[in-house]
Each structure stands twice: as C-alpha cells, then as structure tokens.
Design a protein around this ligand. Structure first.
Ligand SMILES: Cc1cc2nc3c(=O)[nH]c(=O)nc-3n(C[C@H](O)[C@H](O)[C@H](O)COP(=O)(O)OP(=O)(O)OC[C@H]3O[C@@H](n4cnc5c(N)ncnc54)[C@H](O)[C@@H]3O)c2cc1C
Length: 384
C-alpha cells in the first residue's frame, strides 16, 4: 500500500469540486448524516466576479437547502425582462428570477456546509481516480480511500476525461464577453442584433452584470479569467448599437471566453463514480441554466442516496434515468435560444420579433413549462 494513502474517509462520499453542484450535494448529504468530504483544488471557494441568474427550478433547490431567503436578501429580483431590437423595444415579459453575484451563491452554500460541520479539504487538486480500488489521488501527493466519487469538478472535469478519454471540447460557435459594472438597473434587458446579443441584469442595488455573446468563428480561449480590452469588445460588437454598452469604457475589467461543449456523455455513472453539473453536461449559457442544472443534479442525487439508504448502485441507476431526459430537454432549448438570439436573416428576424411582440405567451411557453416549472422532488417521489 502507498505510504500516503489515508484510510479515514473510506466510508465517505468524496465530492470533487467545491462549486455549485459539489457544495449543494455536500449540504444535502451532511444534513442527512451521510459521511461526506469535499476536495477542492483552489485555496478557497470560487471568487469569479460575474453574475448568475437563478430561475424557479434552481430557486426550488435553494429553498430545500434553506438558503433561498439568504441568497434573495443580497441579490436583485428583476421581475421584468425587456427585449430590444435596433433602437426599439420589442416587448417586456414578467419573469420570476433572482439575479445574484456568483460569489454570493458559492459563499452561501459554503457557509451552510460549514454550519453543518462539513469537512472540506482545500488545495487538493485531483490528479487521478481509481474507481475499482476506490481511491482518489491529488497533485499534493495525498491519496485517500473513499466509498464513492461524486464528480463535481466543473467544465474541464478530470473525472469525465477518465471515463471518456476521447471526448474533446468542441467550439460551440459562440464567444462571450462579460463584466460587472457599477450601475443601478431594475430590470433585465436583452438587446438582440444580427449575430450577437447583449444581456444586462442587476446583481445588487448598485451593480449590473453585462454579458455580450457573439456568433463568430474566432475562437477565444475556454477560460473564465481571460482578460480582453474595450477595443476588442467594440470590434466584436461592430454591428451593435453602442448605446447598449455605453457604461463600458477602457477602465472596465472585461473578460472573454469561448463557449465550448462536449459530446453528451453516454453514462452519468461509471462504477462508483457519478457525474454532476458541468462535469456531466456542459451547456451553452443562453437560458442561464448551467448553475440551475447543477443544483438540480445535486438535489436529485443527494435525495436518491437518502431514499435508497446509501445504496450507491440503486441511487446511480435512478439518477441516470431521471437526469438524462431532463438534461437533454434543457440543453436543446438552450441551443434553440442561442439560435434565436443570433438570427441575422432579416426575414427570420422579422418573424422572431413578431412572435415576441404579438404572441408573448408562445415565446415564453416552453421556457416556463419545460425549464422553470420542473420540480425534482416530484421525480424522486414517483421513481420506483
Ligand atoms: C460568466 C458565467 C455566467 C454564467 N451565468 C449563469 C447563469 O446566469 N445561470 C446559470 O444557471 N448558470 C450560469 N453559468 C453556468 C454555471 O456557473 C455553471 O454551469 C455552474 O457553475 C456549474 O456548476 P458545477 O458545480 O458543475 O461546477 P463549478 O461551479 O464550476 O465548480 C467546479 C469546482 O471544481 C473545482 N475543480 C475543478 N477541477 C478540480 C480538480 N481537478 N480537483 C479538485 N477540484 C477541482 C473548481 O475549482 C470548482 O470549484 C455561468 C457561467 C459563467 C462562466
């Protein structure tokens, strides 16, 4: 046996990654007194300066975690979303979303886990998983025996690579700019233009999140930390109305990233390893569902483990059956939204805007019924 091998987590579920899915799952398991430990590569939970929008399906999970009021109290609640084309408003829709800074969400989940006396090991970057001997190894040379691996290690998941080594990132055709700017704004605004769209939403009383997506063959790096310049942004938004981003200037910290997808994994489980969140299903960001799906995954897997008294096999089989269908639905709708937001053909633009203006309930129907209204507790209750 290797010298560094530590045995005291051998009956624990090892969660790799203290992100949205990892911390949410950790809270659920710890509360149910199921042995759990979290391993995170960084020195602290994520501090990306960006916004996140949480739709009712994600908020439902936060309510179950008793975190809803806490997150809402420090977030914005824009109850209207307005859409623009050219200089004109197309329409406004009532929405039921909470928009927050990502740090708030990560911090709330982390604080909750700490309150439950949850164990987390920072500075632990996974380097290998052994699903047969149930062992996880880290770049700091530590190795631990564990009972199960919950792979919550995000979009560049090493666990996923181990299961599907041939699965490579594929450029989605979209690149995205983002910034957080000091500005007061009450509603969500979306500016649709040919081959691009810009979304701004409040994340507090004094700050907004700016996101500009462009359809382009120019492939930016897949990184949330790559900086860009105002001039580069202007070049990418050459066909846009500059009024839509008049609050940005040379001094605004701007980040740009290429949106990459991965082929859908055949299985969300492999032996004693289960994939959750972006590790399982990276998704294009056009419906703001990556974080919400990560919360749903954690809720479903955690509650199936409780329902089946930590029978991993039963919980994994149920999880895979329940989640695959749901994930495909949301992924397809996110792609469709990406297409709709970037139409450049003038006839199709006219038709899209016509539907949004005169048939708003049709425009919002599948998002509301198929994405926002989903309640994972019903799925779990009805699953036999
Ligand atoms: C700018 C931006 C805006 C977004 N906006 C929205 C939005 O409005 N609404 C929405 O629902 N979603 C949004 N998303 C998507 C959402 O943030 C992700 O889908 C979500 O964070 C996925 O959660 P996760 O738990 O799978 O991964 P993450 O939250 O990314 O967590 C992964 C964790 O794993 C850790 N990790 C990685 N590798 C290792 C390793 N080898 N060893 C140990 N730890 C490791 C990472 O450090 C990280 O802490 C946005 C994403 C971005 C980039």
């Amino acid at each position: 046996m290797h010298n560094n091998l530590v045995n005291h987590f051998s009956n624990h579920i090892a969660i790799i990654g203290a992100g949205i899915s990892g911390l949410a799952l950790a809270c659920i398991l710890k509360k149910a007194q199921i042995p759990v430990v979290v391993f995170e590569k960084s020195k602290q939970v994520s501090d990306y300066g960006a916004g996140i929008s949480l739709s009712p399906n994600g908020m439902r999970v936060l309510k179950e975690l008793d975190l809803f009021n806490e997150v809402v109290s420090v977030s914005a609640n824009p109850n209207q979303a307005s859409f623009f084309f050219g200089n004109k408003k197309i329409n406004s829709f009532k929405v039921d979303v909470v928009t927050a800074s990502r740090q708030i969400l990560y911090k709330s989940l982390y604080e909750k886990y700490k309150l439950l006396n949850g164990e987390i090991l920072f500075d632990h970057e996974l380097s290998d998983v052994d699903c047969i001997n149930l062992k996880v190894s880290f770049t700091n040379n530590k190795e631990y025996k564990i009972a199960h691996i919950a792979a919550c290690d995000g979009i560049k998941s090493l666990c996923r690579q181990k299961i599907e080594p041939k699965s490579k990132p594929i450029y989605s055709g979209y690149s995205v700019w983002r910034a957080v700017v000091n500005k007061n704004q009450k509603e969500t605004k979306t500016f649709l233009g040919p081959n691009h769209h810009i979304v701004t939403y409040p994340i507090s009383n004094s700050q907004i999140s700016f996101v500009a997506a462009i359809r382009t063959s120019k492939q930016y790096k897949e990184s949330w930390r790559s900086l860009g310049t105002f001039n580069e942004l202007k070049e990418d938004l050459i066909k846009s109305n500059t009024d839509f981003y008049s609050f940005i200037n040379d001094d605004t910290p701007l980040f740009k990233w290429g949106v990459y997808i991965r082929p859908f994994v055949k299985n969300l489980k492999y032996k004693n390893l289960t994939l959750l969140g972006d590790a399982a299903h990276p998704i294009v960001p056009f419906l703001g569902q990556g974080g919400c799906l990560a919360l749903e995954d954690a809720y479903v897997f955690g509650n199936l483990l409780i329902k089946y008294d930590s029978d991993f096999n039963k919980a994994q089989n149920a999880y895979e059956l329940l989640r695959k269908k749901r994930i495909m639905t949301v992924m397809n709708l996110s792609f469709r939204q990406g297409y709709l937001n970037h139409i450049s053909n003038p006839v199709l633009v006219f038709l899209r805007n016509l539907v949004m203006k005169y048939l708003p309930s049709l425009a919002m129907r599948s998002i509301k019924t198929k994405v926002w209204n989903y309640d994972p507790s019903v799925d779990i209750r009805n699953f036999d």
